[in-house]
Design a protein around this ligand. Structure first.
Ligand SMILES: C[S@@+](CC[C@H](N)C(=O)[O-])C[C@H]1O[C@@H](n2cnc3c(N)ncnc32)[C@H](O)[C@@H]1O
Length: 457
């Protein structure tokens, strides 16, 4: 029901329309602070990038030298550029015979100029000057590259930002989600026009309005014949349980299609990591979320079974889907968990105040750091949350000061079973029991998880 005191910022439109509208405003107006906004599995950690580099190296060694002596690697939606930097550094390190690294050229593509500015100043990446370039381009319209000119494409957490429709089955009929954004009060007189036209310069004066949008939803009858890849979609939708909103990541369809066009002969495929439902059972799980709002940014969970079907229809013949930690674990030859998952298994964590959880996290980082040695230097910045009482604030500052400059690089960084067991003594002092550690490594994945998918042909 529409609230009488709220002002509509437009009309009800399909979810993909409004979510991409606000996301392009979000990326366009945030300025340099945008870099503080993301914490992903690659923004500070290196293990995913190293696993990709090891895999690339193994494949490149079994291949002929590329055309023009150049293997072009492209990454779409690049954040701070740390994935590219760690990928190149690892490749350089393992390529002692100079068979691969000298022939690799890395292109970082992103829609946001602010993001690319940050990338060009990334010190770790600048070690590879001359080996990379940046291109400002929208991931659904990558028309500036020659077909069959790319050897490898990588994306991490970008599909969830791209256009996504939401479909719901009810008694054999299909309904699409429509959204409408509302605000309690308009920040200025001309705001509606500026919002409609994505007038970034003017909208930048109100950087926080996106957080205060109230979204209303509605479902309207839809004919799937009008949607892209209609036949595949109809077959997929037959398997839907009634009444469960299903994300249909049409932006990812476009990205996979483009990847197929750009990948050249003897390529190493398109690898993507994202957050979503790995199986049909996960899709059909009642009550699982299908969208998220982060600081005003609108993201959707990824429907991996459907994207696999789309990939096959486009001619990719080998497609693999696995949990992201399995991919990293295979590379390390050990099971891995993200540090935050370890902390979640601490026996007292559920009853802790947020600042005490910070203290536990910092204690866990320091415990792991007694055995962990990162190949990169860089101390994790760990400020106290707003509202942290004085005593805990002091404790947090002290623990953060004690963090090692070669320690676990992030609170979401992957740590192996061996590393965790080697730090058992200091972990016990923090209250972890061996069974908590076992359960961190054995927790069944949830219906929405981080997934790795690889398309090859
Ligand atoms: C959630 S961040 C992930 C960044 C990085 N891959 C990582 O994992 O740290 C999404 C990235 O995709 C970029 N992006 C979002 N929409 C895009 C689009 N339509 N085309 C190209 N880049 C886009 C953003 O600017 C940002 O760099």
């Amino acid at each position: 029901m529409t609230h009488p005191n709220r002002v509509a910022l437009g009309e009800f439109k399909p979810s993909d329309y409004w979510a991409t509208h606000v996301n392009s405003i979000f990326y366009g107006i945030k300025g340099p602070e945008i870099h503080n906004h993301f914490q992903t599995y690659v923004s500070l950690d290196y293990r995913l990038a190293h696993a990709l580099a090891n895999d690339f190296y193994a494949k490149a060694q079994s291949q002929q030298r590329p055309e023009n002596d150049k293997w072009v690697v492209q990454e779409w939606g690049v954040g701070n550029g740390n994935l590219a930097a760690c990928f190149l550094s690892r490749l350089r390190e393992i390529d002692s015979d100079n068979e691969v690294y000298p022939f690799v050229y890395y292109i970082l593509c992103d829609e946001s100029e602010e993001i690319l500015k940050g990338v060009r100043a990334n010190a770790r990446l600048l070690e590879h000057a001359g080996k990379f370039s940046t291109v400002r381009v929208h991931a659904e319209h990558l028309d500036c590259f020659r077909t069959h000119s790319v050897a490898k494409i990588i994306t991490n957490e970008i599909w969830d930002d791209l256009a996504t429709k939401v479909l719901l089955k009810h008694q054999g009929l299909y309904y699409e989600e429509y959204l409408c954004p509302f605000l309690e009060t308009l920040p200025s007189e001309d705001f509606l026009e500026q919002f409609k036209n994505k007038d970034l310069e003017k909208l930048a004066a109100f950087p926080n309005f996106l957080n205060t949008i109230h979204w209303e939803r509605d479902f309207q009858r839809v004919d799937l014949d009008d949607w892209p890849f209609a036949e595949i979609l109809k077959a997929h939708a037959e398997e839907f349980k009634d009444e469960i909103p299903m994300p249909i990541n049409t932006g990812a369809f476009a990205a996979i299609k483009k990847a197929r066009e750009l990948l050249g002969p003897g390529n190493f495929g398109y690898t993507s990591f994202d957050y979503g439902m790995k199986t049909m059972k996960d899709l059909n799980q009642e009550g699982r979320p299908y969208f998220n709002l982060y600081g005003g940014q609108y993201t959707f969970m990824v429907n991996f079974p459907l994207l696999e079907n789309i990939g096959r229809s486009l001619g990719f013949t080998e497609i693999t889907r696995e949990y992201q930690n399995q991919f990293v674990g295979k590379d390390l030859g050990s099971e891995v968990v993200s540090l935050v998952d370890l902390v979640q298994n601490h026996p007292q964590v559920a009853s802790m105040a947020p600042w005490d959880r910070d203290i536990l996290m910092l204690g866990t980082l320091n415990a792991l750091n007694t055995v962990y040695q990162s190949p990169y230097s860089g101390k994790l910045d760990y400020p106290a949350l707003q509202g942290t009482p004085k005593k805990q604030r002091k404790q947090i500052a002290q623990l953060a000061k004690n963090l090692s400059g070669r320690g676990v690089p992030d609170t979401v960084a992957y740590v192996s079973r061996e590393e965790v067991l080697a730090a058992l003594k200091p972990l016990r002092k923090l209250g972890y029991r061996e069974k908590d550690i076992q359960s961190a490594f054995q927790s069944p994945p949830s219906a929405v998880a981080f997934v790795h998918i690889q398309f090859s042909s």
